[in-house]
Design a binder for this molecule. Sequence first.
Ligand SMILES: Nc1ncnc2c1ncn2[C@@H]1O[C@H](COP(=O)(O)OP(=O)(O)OP(=O)(O)O)[C@@H](O)[C@H]1O
Ligand SMILES: [Mg+2]
Length: 244
Amino acid sequence: MTVVALSGIRGGVGTTSMVAALGFALHALQQRVLMVDLHPRNLLRLHYNLGLDSPHGWASVDQDAAGHWNEALLQVVEGLYLLPFGQLPADALSALEQRQREQPQEWWQRLQTLQAHFDWIVLDTPATLPGGQPTLPLLPDTVMHIRVLETDAACHALLSTEGAGDAPLLVNRFDPISQLQRDLLLLWSERHAQLIPQVIHRDEAMAGALAWKSPVGYYAPDSLASQDVRSLATWLLAQEARRA
Ligand SMILES: Nc1ncnc2c1ncn2[C@@H]1O[C@H](COP(=O)(O)OP(=O)(O)OP(=O)(O)O)[C@@H](O)[C@H]1O
Ligand SMILES: [Mg+2]
């Protein structure tokens, strides 16, 4: 089982859309996949047709002393599962964050119990907790951490000031018409060896997919973004084969 955590270098770069699309693409490559929403905004569910008012999710079940987090697992189709975050009132969210600080290993222990059932677990992880603390140190080094970003000046500034780290960098919403984006991509490919060779292009199909409440591979299988994500999934499988 490979755990891959996606987080944006900043908000709004398309991390949740990417988790939804990548989970779908890995499943299409005959992988058993679980997508987990660790983001309190709870938006991943919308990519798999859950209702806006659906309270269903692991954080909601955690509130119930008699409940068990994995009761919130949803089967999309055979071999493809989703674990939504759920809806929590603000005070319950604070209590949850406090518990995560006190038991930083909790999620890793939970994921370990799923070893036999999945080939891939894809995590939608916020870049920072609402309190400002980074979430990813709570996961061990064996987790593949992908940082999602856009070829814009804001991401360039963040890469420069905060450092790129070792994690693979995934460019989303790339628009080759833009001279600035082409220049930044060239610069980053020279500076950052960990830049993933496959970019995800800016594509209306990606935006339409969310409006249609589906991952892009289902909504528009022949779209450019969908082909990009399929290539990304194949690249990940190759990386994993090399690591094994
Ligand atoms: N490659 C793309 N081309 C066009 N639109 C995209 C692309 N990727 C994502 N989007 C759109 O951008 C918007 C934001 O995407 P998304 O919610 O996935 O971002 P996010 O990084 O998860 O945001 P947050 O930081 O708030 O969690 C959505 O409307 C989505 O459809
Ligand atoms: Mg998101």
